[in-house]
Structures are given as C-alpha cells and as structure tokens.
Ligand binder design. Structure first.
Ligand SMILES: C[S@@+](CC[C@H](N)C(=O)[O-])C[C@H]1O[C@@H](n2cnc3c(N)ncnc32)[C@H](O)[C@@H]1O
Length: 192
C-alpha cells in the first residue's frame, strides 16, 4: 500500500479504537461527574460510561444543522435528517446507562448554564472551528474542579485539515494560561 494511504488508514483507525486515550490515561477516580460536548451517535459517550466510574454524564448536543456549522454540512449534509437519526441512535445506544445520563439538547455555550460547577472532566468534540472550540473552553473550564481534566478529540488529524482549529484554540489557551498540555492522538487534555 502506498505511504499516504497507510498514514490515512492509521489516523482513521485511531479514531475508531475505544477506549480513547482520554478515558485510558487522563481521567480516573470514583463517582465521576463529567460532560461530553458533541455526542453524535453516542459511540464515545458509551466508551466513557463503560470505562470510567461515572455518577453523572451530561451529554450536550443540539443535533441541529445551524448556519455556522460548516464541517457538519460537509459531513452530514444540509438537512436535519442525518442528525435526527444520529440522535435516535445515540438514545438507543445509551439506553442501558439512562440513569447516569442527562441530555442537554442545546449548543454548548447555551447549555453551559445548565451544567453544575465542580466537574471532574469535560470532553470537547462539538463544532471544531477555532472560535467554537475557544468558546467551549472558556465556558466550561471554569466549571471544572481543581485536579479535574479538560480535554477533547481531534487534536490532530493527519488526513483531515478541517480540525486544525482545535490545535489553534487548545494551544493558545494552554500558552495564555501557562497550563501543561498533554496529547495522545487523537485526544488532548489539560489538568486543572
Ligand atoms: C464529531 S461529532 C461527535 C462525536 C462523538 N463525540 C464521538 O466521538 O462519538 C460532532 C457532534 O457535535 C455536535 N455539535 C455541533 N455543534 C455543536 C455545538 N455548538 N455544541 C454542541 N454540540 C455540537 C453535532 O451535532 C455532532 O453530533
């Protein structure tokens, strides 16, 4: 196989392997309270629930094709149907964990007022444009307890430049606040 195809395949595989580095390496402890921003079909939410000791997981996703969601239009098309189907699939997939899950069907920044303080972790994987990732970080970092973890997906996608905004937003935040950034692809995280 030619080199580029092999690199693309390996990058793609890293996204499909669960548990991801975030739940393997970044987060531990008992009775955790956390948030996932951007849930889609619930694959990673299921992994969080299966691999961590979770008391409550807030799942934030509007399942809405809004005007500024450019990458969404590329991946899911411009109409609502794929996201409605994803919402249904996520609800079915996560039904066995329903007692531990609180759904917030809103965009992340609007949802943040419904999320409590003192979180053990937040995983950012919603709109990957730089401005949206920065807004997610600014809205949710203050809600994390000291020692808790802010992290997310798609720090680097060798095969997919559309996620470069994640690298910019996360790196700027880490440098501005002099925080140690850890990366184990495809995830990133910062311990507060
Ligand atoms: C890449 S998918 C999430 C995949 C999921 N975290 C996983 O790994 O299984 C991105 C999701 O983010 C959602 N999304 C887009 N903009 C958002 C926003 N502003 N706030 C929260 N979620 C958003 C989309 O509806 C979509 O379901």
């Amino acid at each position: 196989m030619e080199e580029k195809k092999l690199v693309d395949l390996l990058s793609d595989l890293k996204h499909r392997i669960f548990p991801r580095p975030f739940e393997r390496l970044a987060v531990s402890g008992k009775r955790l309270v956390g948030v996932e921003i951007g849930v889609y079909k619930g694959l990673h939410a299921a992994s969080l629930l299966e691999h961590l000791d979770i008391e409550r997981l807030y799942l934030v996703d509007p399942y809405e094709m809004y005007r500024e969601y450019e990458e969404g239009k590329t991946h899911y098309g411009i109409d609502q149907d794929p996201l409605y189907l994803a919402r249904k699939e996520a609800a079915e997939r996560l039904a066995p964990h329903a007692s531990k899950v609180t759904w917030v069907y809103k965009k992340s920044v609007e949802a943040s007022s419904e999320i409590p303080e003192g979180l053990d972790f937040v995983y950012v994987d919603g709109n990957h444009a730089e401005a949206f990732v920065s807004a997610d970080i600014l809205s949710f970092y203050p809600k994390i307890r000291p020692g808790g973890v802010l992290g997310g997906h798609d720090f680097y996608n060798g095969f997919c430049r559309e996620h470069d905004g994640v690298i910019r937003a996360v790196t700027k935040f880490a440098i501005q606040h002099d925080l140690p950034l850890q990366v184990e692809l495809p995830d990133w995280w910062i311990r507060k």
